[in-house]
Write a protein that binds this ligand. Sequence first.
Ligand code: NAP
Ligand code: ZN
Length: 346
Amino acid sequence: MNTKAYAAHSPSIPLAPFSFDRREVGAHDVQIEILYCGVCHSDIHQVRNEWGSGIFPMVPGHEIVGRITKVGEHVTKFKAGDIAGIGCFVDSCGVCPNCQEGIEQYCDVGMVGTYNSKEKDGSPTYGGYSTQIIVNEKYTLKVSDKLPLQNVAPLLCAGITTYSPLRYVGVGKGHKVAVVGLGGLGHMAVKFAASFGAEVTMLSTSPSKEADAKKLGAHNFVLTTDAEQMKNATKSFDFILNTISAQHDYATYLNLLKTNGTMIVVGVPPSPSEVPAMKLIGQRRSIIGSLIGGIKETQEMLDYCAEHNITSDVEVINADYINTAYERMLKGDVHYRFVIDTASLK
Ligand code: NAP
Ligand code: ZN
């Protein structure tokens, strides 16, 4: 199944056109013609090998929406013509306690990533900066055709990565929630936290994003580079959702948590941050991490978004703009997710 794509051939050179063969459609597989694929900051970390163990050539992309063109003989959930989504993983062991519980992202054996990973047979996985993908129906999401699909694609990673921890800690009415970093994840976190009834504060390094943060649903805005504003925000939040992609100091943000407050880390800077014990014990604060979400919860999130008319704010690009898009994301110049129109690959 010849597939056109954009790939990184090594960590140090720009992405370029690439073509490769996908497997044939198996009995439990669906074949999806990809329509849109979001651009996540994890794509940049991985093509630049900032997390190590990159597999090259690498076709990134794990925010995939498309139309099913063919289904295997044992497929029951989908038929040709349905709209479907693929997120960050395409397989897992299926039998460990976490897989049984529907939190396959924490599979004991390790989930099979949508790209930069190996299938169970050892072949490399290639992601959504491509014209088509073939995935077992168990790891394929149903997508409503009520919402504009280019705005739905980012829900498959940015959406679930923020929805899942906000649900896990029970964010709702009466909570003060801060979101750090107004990018792809941050803008979805603001929308979800506001939709769940919390009072939301955007913590950002970019003064130019204040008006947008408020349009997205934030009630307050704190410029994190302004010492006075940061001082005034001391001990004011129940939860902080930290989406920062670059090196930063956790302690700065821990100061802003109330007694018993929790900072949820979802951003993955390439090198570790120090955690001063005093910042935790002094107010019984905690830090937790969270990785995307399982298939069941991703479907719940997509259905919630269709019901509540929640989607991502996107800038649709052609595939050949990808290297420029990466440079802009690294400068924080993203409003608020780039999405590749994969028709531009054909
Ligand atoms: P993004 O769109 O590039 O947004 C990141 C935002 O962080 C920027 O827009 C900027 O917001 C802020 N920022 C950047 N550098 C900063 C710095 N040095 N200090 C303070 N703030 C800074 O990235 P994204 O796609 O949302 O991804 C964010 C992070 O989450 C990445 O590390 C990514 O790998 C990770 N991620 C994790 C998961 C998971 O499952 N846990 C899933 C997906 C992505 P302001 O301009 O508002 O300051
Ligand atoms: Zn992602």
